[in-house]
Design a protein around this ligand. Sequence first.
Ligand code: EPZ
Length: 418
Amino acid sequence: MDKFIIEGGAKLKGKVNVSGFKNAALPIIPATLLAGDKCIIENLPLIKDVNIYKEIMASLGADVSLDDKGTMEIDTSKIKECIATSDLAGRIRGSYYLLGAALGRFKEAEVSYPGGCNIGNRPIDQHIKGFEALGAKVDIDHGIIKCKAEKLIGTKIYLDVVSVGATINIMLAAVLAEGKTVIENAAKEPHIVDVANFLNAMGADIRGAGTDVIRINGVEELKGCTYSIIPDQIEAGTYMIAAAITGGDVIIDNVIPTHLESVTAKLKEMDIIVEEYGDSIRVSAPNPLKSINVKTLPHPGFPTDLQQPMSVLLSHAEGTSIVTESVSESRFKYIDELKRMGANIKVDGRTAVIEGIGKLSGAKVSATDLRAGAALIVAGLAADGTTEVENAQHIDRGYEKIDNKLLNLGAKIKKVQE
Ligand code: EPZ
């Protein structure tokens, strides 16, 4: 097991390059199944979850390679069925995208119940509702989700909750269905648009992605394509917050600033200077920081995946801030770890009341999940003294070379094996 050791206090300065978006990569890799052809996917982040997906695809029979620039060549023509019931599939959340993709191509799939971050109850009822509406029978048996259909027929599907995963999974299943599918109350995150663009590049007919009504006209077949994944706005937001908490001055490069509008707006409210350029954002933060209130919401609201680093930043502000987590059921577990660093935060259900304390103090803490781990690194960067963040494997799942990127910005951080 690895851990990060951080000597706090260095102001981050310089330029950091943002990698491709994990949450777009995880559906796009299995979506290649739909073409049964060769695809080239560029700008993939070099992270553990992508490696796990590469192994899953290879175990299904794909010819797949990934180079050190994040380009994957994947040929799924030899895959004849999708039975992904290994531990690997059960380890990541995004393995459920195999269900939609394989239902689309083979009208049948068996996939382990998905794992991923422990951030509360994460039902998949809306995915199942969508598959069933398209004509599939779905059973969950001994931890395996089994889907089967004679044929898939397009229909109207209203999502009871705005779900990124369900919106994408239904798109995947519907692109090769007969007729027209309409997803109402769809999620609008940038990666929904990215997945739709990828599917359209393979020959699908999807309109409206990025709005809450997505229309999909089923097509007979899809073909391989070359596609480049959008930058990771959550990684970008994490570096924006890291720049601000250290009182630094950082250019975050390879971003789409419109994907970060809610983050930019909230940082500006705290008196942080955020300048947007074509494909980069500069963040500088002369202290002190103002306290603010933040509520997480589906896109274009403030992203739940940045709630933890943002709460750390608010611990450094002057005054009281209130953070409301309205997307994930249980995403405040890291606060007990932050308290070891001196944070003064009271949690009541989905609300955290944060009393700014000016400066945290370094301590031994443990990452409870991916974004919690990133938040603890952010905390360590600004804390007094040394912080050790254990369970680094959670962070490696979603942040490409976070230690190297921070080192290049002047942070004192190293990763060591325990
Ligand atoms: C995706 O999870 C991301 N994961 C999460 O990123 C992210 O936090 C989340 O979207 C919200 O943006 C991946 O892309 C692999 P949802 P997903 O379906 O698709 C409820 C990270 O740190 N819901 O949009 O699983 C659900 O309980 C991670 O990168 C149902 O009730 O999220 C939640 O409260 C962690 N029924 C809300 O909807 C369903 O069938 C949003 O979940 C599906 C979801």
